[in-house]
Ligand binder design. Structure first.
Ligand SMILES: NC(=O)c1ccc[n+]([C@@H]2O[C@H](COP(=O)([O-])OP(=O)(O)OC[C@H]3O[C@@H](n4cnc5c(N)ncnc54)[C@H](O)[C@@H]3O)[C@@H](O)[C@H]2O)c1
Length: 389
C-alpha cells in the first residue's frame, strides 16, 4: 500500500542518528505505510566515523557537510540529530531549500532561537516536527487517551521526574553536553520531554518557580556552563499544579522517568522502567478494591498495539521512534505533523522560564519569555534573606 517513496537525509550519526535510522528501517516492517522511507544520505563532521555509521545503518551515501545534504534533490525530509545549539541553523537552511524538517529535541537552546526556527519553516511552508518520541510509547499514548476520555476526571496535580546518572562521575570529560551554548540545559535536555508530555495531557503552563544546581563545575579543565539538576513548581493555565524534577546526577538512576496525574476522579501513573504498563486508580471502584490496577498497554484496542507483537511480548525504547516516524510518514506529504516546531518552541519557552526563575529566584510567567518582557516590579519582590549558592 505504498503510494510513493520519500528520500531521507540524516544530519548527525550519533545515538539519535542511529535511533532514527532504526525507526525508518523498522517502520515499514511493522506497519503498512503509505510512503516508504529511503535512507539516502547521512552527514557528520568526522569523515571516518560518518562513513562507518553510514555502512552500519545501511545508508548508501555520506557527506562531511550538512549544507550539502540539505540541498540534495533526492532528499525530501531532513532529519536533524545533532546537538541542540546547531538545530535552528540547520532547520532554517533545510526549510529554505524546500525540505520537510524533523528535528530532535530540544528544538533549540533558547526560546528566541526556537522562534526563529518556527519562523523559517512557516515562511517556507514546509512540514516540521520535533522529536518528542516518548509520546508515542504505547502506554504514554494510552495515558493521554484515558485522560481525554475522562478516566481521571479534572486534572488537579501532575508529578514528573526524569533522573539519570550520566553526569555523576566528575572524571567524565567535557563534551557538548556541558556547554550551555551548544548543549542547552538539563532543564531542556530531560525536562523538554516532561514538559511536552504533561502539556500534551494537561494543556499549557502559565508560570513556574525553578531551582538549579551544578555540582561538578569543571571538567577536563573547562568550565561547565549547564545545570546538573533542576526542579520546578508549575502552574498550568487550567489551574492544575505540577512538580517537575530533572537530574543527571542521580546515582544508579539510568533513565528513570515517571509521570503521575491526579484528577478529581482518578490517578494514572507511568514509570519508564515498566514501559508497557500503566497504573490506574479509579475513584469509582468499589471500596473493597481500594488501590491501583496494573494495565498492560498491549491489548489490540490500545494505541500502536496492532503494529507490534502479540500481547504479552512488550516493546522497548526503539518502538517510540518507529511509531513516531511511522506517524509522520503516514501524514506525508500534506497533512500537518505533530508535535510541530511551534509546540517545540512552546516547550522551549517553559524551559527558559524555569532557567530564568532559578537565576532570578522568583516565579516567572511563561508569557514573559515569549513576549521577551521583563517582569513588573510587583511580580518580583527582592529576596528578604541571603541564601547559599
Ligand atoms: N529523543 C530522545 O530520546 C533523545 C535521546 C538522546 C538525545 N536526544 C537529542 O538528540 C540530539 C543529538 O544527541 P545524541 O545523543 O545523538 O548526540 P551524539 O553526541 O551521540 O551525536 C551528535 C552528532 O552530532 C554531531 N555534532 C556534534 N557536535 C556538533 C556541532 N557542534 N555541530 C554539528 N554537529 C555536531 C556529532 O558528530 C554526531 O554526529 C540532541 O539534541 C539530544 O538532546 C534525544
Amino acid at each position: 500500500m505504498t503510494a510513493g517513496d520519500v528520500g531521507i537525509g540524516i544530519v548527525g550519526y550519533g545515538m539519535m542518528g542511529k535511533a532514527h535510522s532504526f525507526g525508518y528501517t523498522v517502520a515499514p516492517v511493522m506497519r503498512p505505510l503509505r510512503h516508504r522511507p529511503h535512507l539516502r544520505v547521512i552527514s557528520g563532521r568526522d569523515r571516518e566515523k560518518v562513513a562507518s555509521a553510514a555502512a552500519a545503518y545501511g545508508i548508501g551515501t555520506w557527506l562531511d557537510d550538512w549544507r550539502e545534504l540539505v540541498q540534495r534533490p533526492d532528499v525530501d525530509i531532513v532529519d536533524i540529530c545533532t546537538p541542540p545549539g546547531s538545530h535552528a541553523e540547520i532547520a532554517a537552511a533545510a526549510a529554505a531549500a524546500g525540505k520537510a524538517v524533523i528535528c530532535e529535541k530540544p528544538l533549540a537552546v533558547s526560546y528566541l532561537q526556537a522562534a526563529a526556527a518556527v519562523a523559517a519553516v512557516e515562511k517556507a511552508h514546509v512540514l516540521n516536527a520535533v522529536g518528542f518520541n516518548y509520546r508515542r510509547l504505547p502506554a504514554v499514548s494510552l495515558m493521554k487517551r484515558m485522560i481525554d476520555e475522562g478516566a481521571v476526571g479534572e486534572i488537579r496535580l501532575l508529578r514528573a521526574t526524569w533522573l539519570s546518572d550520566e553526569f555523576v562521575d566528575p572524571a567524565i570529560p567535557f563534551d557538548w553536553r556541558f556547554d550551555r551554548s551548544i548543549g542547552g540545559t538539563t532543564i531542556a535536555d530531560l525536562g523538554s520531554h516532561v514538559i511536552d508530555m504533561t502539556t500534551w495531557m494537561a494543556g499549557p503552563i502559565a508560570e513556574v518557580s525553578g531551582q538549579s544546581v551544578t555540582f561538578v563545575r569543571e571538567r577536563s579543565g573547562r568550565k561547565v556552563t549547564v545545570d546538573d539538576a533542576s526542579s520546578a513548581l508549575v502552574r498550568f493555565d487550567s489551574g492544575a499544579r505540577g512538580v517537575f524534577e530533572m537530574a543527571r546526577t542521580a546515582v544508579r538512576r539510568p533513565c528513570d522517568f515517571t509521570l503521575e496525574v491526579n484528577g478529581d476522579r482518578g490517578t494514572l501513573v507511568f514509570e519508564y522502567a515498566r514501559l508497557n504498563e500503566l497504573r490506574y486508580g479509579d475513584g469509582g471502584d468499589r471500596s473493597e478494591l481500594y488501590g491501583m490496577r496494573r494495565i498492560r498497554a498491549e491489548h489490540p484496542l490500545h494505541p500502536y498495539a496492532r503494529d507490534w507483537w502479540p500481547i504479552g511480548q512488550g516493546v522497548g525504547y526503539g518502538s517510540s521512534f518507529v511509531n513516531h516516524l511511522g506517524d509522520l510518514l503516514d501524514r506525508w506529504p500534506d497533512k500537518p505533523w505533530e508535535p510541530d516546531f511551534a509546540q517545540g518552541a512552546a516547550v522551549q519557552a517553559v524551559c527558559d522560564a524555569i532557567e530564568r526563575s532559578a537565576a532570578e529566584r522568583r516565579w516567572v510567567e511563561v508569557a514573559e519569555v515569549m513576549d521577551n518582557r521583563t517582569p513588573s516590579p510587583a511580580a518580583s519582590p527582592p529576596p528578604t534573606h541571603k541564601v547559599g549558592r
